[in-house]
Design a protein. Structure first.
Length: 683
């Protein structure tokens, strides 16, 4: 086959060599570029089918493909699959007999292999790179390429050295593949591998069946909210991600009162973890409360809910974790709970994982050219055992210390400090991004897709997250504005009419000079105006006295210009969590219940319906069942019980009144409005 192969030829090869009838989204273009000999970077989520994107071009180009893979398990899996397709495959890694490795090399040198898999550290074995260079390669595939970058969340020092071996293996094209690389990591991969005029493919991060909710929930209220959510069988199976082992055990214990649930974290022995994983996989356990250690190995398609009981450290991690929901393509929901307290927890983690540079300095200064036993150094250090180990680990990663196999440590290069500082800052920056994600009024799915660098796909709102469809939110609650808030919204619009934009702070001072409204409530109102499409907010920054000051530019949109006095009543303001998930303990401070009773959002409970309202509710329920069946979704996705009850009580007669009913957002009204009005007005 040649570079000019047409579509039919490629599909034929796909069928004959791999037994697949058609390419998945994104695969064909990548295969074509690789067959043409281009260097490329492919970023597609896990399970999207990246392997084929190097395997098919390898076969098409002829010769042996060299595949670098960081994990023996991943390698063994790919090797077994390829062998099953009838390809000649060999591997070389530390977990195998020397004779087998030697055989693999001999087969390679005879030009007898389609694929040779290697672990990156093999390249450090004297003579091995030279041996590889004796054959002309079809291509070089670097799997899990984010491991190359210190900015990736899985950095491996052995991967960083790959770049220096690549030139000797040219002219083969280099293909870097990863499921998780932000634009910054992508740039780093290209640079470190010295890729020539590379093509970048970023594809497939949007998940159409995931509805993402981000909700502010105070720490103490989370267990009750989680129990409330998971008490409904249709929301299970579920994974709850906890931020600590302790939290994971407590939640698991609490949940096991209502549903088979277990904890899973790195502090449990391997046997227990294995048992939990298998039980979850087989359906004996319906909920697992895990720390991040869980999920890599699970292959369960029908997970309906993923809950984060605290803020994750990175958006990459968050995306991977919510991505475990709904692999079967059916509607699934994910909930991210956060509050100010999470920031403090993370500051603690950051300080632990990225100790102050003077800790590293103290260890570095004690090092010499002659290796010293680690234990002796640890004992002599003024740092605690944990601090010492952490500092040494970081020093080693950044080249400031060398640890030999006998456990001796000697001094390394001087450059560690800069590299370490940059990485610590980068880590803190990643968490900043999580915070900004939670605070942003942008569609959740769009924000995630953009985070991975797919600008093209990021423009389309998902229609089902808490931002796109506030009324459809399950855990997050919205309310209509008070008279004061309506007036304030008018003033904001009035102020913005006069200017191109205002910084959020300036705007607040202009419309509320006396400072009656606190910052939070003001932001909540602004966010509501963004969701309604009346204003736009753009993150901006400037430098002052050497530090970067961030601010938000607030601008009126075309729709905002036309904002009439009545329209502000339709705003939906974020208001914590829905009452049905609130802890039964009364809240302290301002009596929220009283404030809520006044707001127009609250529906009467079904029990309080009048006979007439009950008759309408029955009609609505019947319609809802049929509609849910037609759409293939659970009934609550069509209408929530409380929305249904509110409709039966309010009996809206026109679209405007419909929108005033609690739980009926613009998206719902557009989808179901006509049908509902028809039912209620009897037409
Ligand atoms: P990842 O992107 O995570 O590396 P893999 O390459 O391991 O994903 O592919 C995931 C699964 O999808 C594998 O079982 C693979 O055989 C399958 N697959 C890949 N491409 C196709 C295709 N065109 N048609 C059907 N199955 C495919
Ligand atoms: Mg893969
Ligand atoms: Zn959305």
């Amino acid at each position: 086959m040649t570079a000019s192969s047409n579509s039919r030829d490629l599909t034929a090869l796909l069928r004959s060599a791999f037994g697949f009838s058609h390419f998945r989204a994104g695969q064909e273009a990548v295969c074509r570029a690789a067959i043409d000999g281009r260097d490329l970077l492919l970023v597609m989520p896990t399970g999207a089918g990246k392997s084929l994107c190097y395997q098919l071009p390898a076969i098409a180009r002829g010769g042996t493909a060299l595949v670098v893979s960081p994990l023996i398990a991943l390698m063994e899996d790919q090797v077994a699959k390829l062998a099953a397709f009838g390809f000649r495959v060999a591997r070389v890694h530390s977990g195998m007999e020397r004779a087998a490795a030697r055989q693999a090399c001999a087969d390679y040198l005879r030009g007898d292999l389609h694929f040779l898999f290697i672990a990156p550290e093999r390249l450090r074995v004297p003579g091995f790179p030279e041996m590889l260079a004796k054959q002309k390669l079809a291509l070089i595939a670097i799997d899990e390429a984010h491991c190359i970058s210190q900015w990736g969340h899985d950095f491996r020092p052995d991967y960083r050295m790959l770049g220096q071996y690549v030139p000797a293996l040219r002219p083969a094209p280099v293909l870097a593949l990863t499921a998780t690389a932000t634009p910054g990591v992508q740039a780093d991969i290209l640079a470190q591998l010295g890729m020539a005029d590379p093509l970048k493919f970023t594809h497939g991060f949007r998940r159409n069946n995931l509805a993402v909710e981000v909700v502010e929930v105070p720490m103490p209220e989370r267990p009750a909210a989680i129990r409330g959510l998971l008490s409904q069988p249709q929301r299970r199976p579920a994974i709850v991600y906890a931020i600590s082992r302790k939290q994971s055990e407590r939640l698991a214990e609490e949940l096991s009162r209502i549903v088979p649930a277990a904890a899973y974290h790195a502090g449990l022995d391997a046997e227990t973890r294995e048992r939990v994983q298998t039980a979850f996989q087989d359906g004996q356990l319906e909920v697992v409360v895990a720390t991040i250690a869980f999920g890599m190995g699970i292959d369960k398609a029908d997970i309906r809910t993923v809950i984060h009981a605290g803020l994750p450290g990175t958006l990459e991690g968050f995306y991977q974790e919510i991505g475990r929901a709904g692999r079967d393509g059916l509607p699934s929901r994910t909930y991210l709970m956060h509050s100010y307290a999470d920031q403090r927890t993370h500051d603690f983690f950051l300080n632990r994982d990225y100790p102050p540079a003077d800790h590293l300095d103290a260890v570095y200064r004690a090092l010499g050219e002659q290796p010293q036993p680690v234990e002796e150094m640890r004992a002599a250090s003024r740092l605690s055992e944990e601090e010492f180990d952490k500092a040494l680990e970081k020093l080693e990663i950044h080249g400031g210390a060398r640890v030999d196999f006998g456990g001796g440590v000697s001094i390394g290069g001087k450059g560690w400090k800069k590299a370490y500082t940059i990485q610590a800052q980068y880590r803190a920056g990643q968490f900043e991004k999580v915070l900004r994600f939670t605070a942003s009024p942008e569609c959740r799915m769009s924000a995630l897709v953009r985070h991975f660098g797919d600008e093209e796909d990021a423009g389309r709102p998902c229609g089902q997250c808490d931002i796109c469809d506030p009324a459809g939110a399950v855990l997050r609650q919205f309310r209509h504005p008070t008279a004061r808030e309506r007036a304030l919204a008018q003033e904001i619009a009035g102020e913005l009419r006069l200017v191109d934009y205002r910084a959020a702070g300036t705007l607040q001072r202009a419309v509320d000079p006396e400072g009656h409204v606190n910052r939070r409530d003001f932001d909540a109102l602004l966010d509501a105006m963004v969701r309604a499409g009346w204003v736009e907010i753009e993150e901006a920054e400037f430098e002052k006295d050497g530090s970067v000051i961030r601010f938000r530019k607030v601008r009126l949109t075309g729709a905002g210009f036309d904002l009439g006095p009545a329209t502000a009543a339709h705003l939906l303001i974020g208001d914590g969590i829905a009452d049905e998930f609130a802890a039964s303990v009364p809240r302290s401070g301002k009596t929220k219940t009283a404030a809520r009773a006044k707001s127009p959002r609250k529906a009467e409970a079904p029990a309080q319906l009048t006979p007439q309202a009950e008759a309408f509710a029955a009609r609505l329920r019947e319609w809802r069942t049929a509609e849910a069946r037609r759409l293939g979704v659970p009934p609550y996705l069509v209408l929530h019980d409380r929305t249904l009850a509110a409709l039966a009580v309010a009996r809206p007669a026109n679209p405007r009144q419909l929108l005033e009913v609690d739980g009926m957002g613009p998206a719902k009204a557009e989808k179901f409005g006509a049908a509902i009005l028809g039912l209620l007005t009897g037409s």
